[in-house]
Design a protein around this ligand. Structure first.
Ligand SMILES: O=C(O)CCC(=O)C(=O)O
Ligand SMILES: [Fe+2]
Length: 212
């Protein structure tokens, strides 16, 4: 047995080029949660509509230069919040640093996100299997931060029907994927009822991307 095998028990390889960094966001938890509340107060969470006319089950908002939006026209990145017609809130330094450091920890150097999508899940809310492919440069990874109540992350392959790994995520966990797994299908199973001591009955997810 290799003596050094488990030197980094908090960094788990999911598949090639995809890593789970257990509790990675907790090192800077306080500023992160304060900044999250600040962003949400400037750009309130809302249930966006899909092209098909259904409201998404996660409530969403954004910060950073570009925000992910969906409406009856479809989905896209936009520099303005359609709810206020103002620019999205600036990406807080605590957010940007977390994303850059987590990406580097997973082997993706110099990641500078220009978009942070904030998803808020309540009990029963989910996100169906999808690929993140609205971004211009697939050489840039995705950094996904879980906060609040636990959830099950589904991580599949390059086709929708590939089997998915079920990965339990708790408060502070960070998933980073890029390289050969950048376009893998992924989703979130319906949220089970639970309470987090700080964030209450919700799960929040921050998805950092270099969109433009
Ligand atoms: O909530 C999550 O963990 C995943 C979110 C996601 O995949 C997305 O917003 O594209
Ligand atoms: Fe996604």
């Amino acid at each position: 047995m290799d003596l050094f095998e488990n030197m980094q028990p908090n960094k788990l390889e999911i598949v090639k080029d995809a890593y789970l960094l257990k509790r990675y966001a907790l090192a800077n938890e306080k500023p992160l949660l304060m900044d999250l509340a600040q962003v949400i107060s400037q750009a309130p969470l809302r249930h966006m509509m899909t092209k098909m006319g259904f409201a998404m089950s996660a409530a969403m908002t954004n910060c950073g230069e570009l925000g992910w939006v969906s409406d009856r026209q479809g989905y896209r990145y936009d520099m303005k919040d359609p709810a206020t017609n103002a620019a999205w809130p600036l990406m807080p330094v605590s957010f940007q640093q977390l994303a850059t450091f987590a990406a580097a920890e997973a082997g993706f150097d110099d990641f500078v996100p220009d978009a942070c999508l904030i998803n808020q899940y309540q009990v029963g809310a989910s996100m169906g299997l999808h690929q993140d492919k609205n971004e211009l440069d697939f050489n840039q990874p995705i950094v996904s931060v879980s906060l609040g109540v636990p959830a099950v992350f589904q991580f599949g392959g390059l086709t929708r029907t590939d089997k998915t790994l079920k990965i339990p995520l708790v408060h502070g966990d960070v998933v980073v994927w890029g390289g050969q797994s950048r376009l893998n299908f992924h989703g979130i199973a319906p949220l089970k009822m639970n309470t987090h001591p700080i964030l209450g009955a919700y799960r929040y997810n921050l998805t950092f991307r270099k969109a433009g």
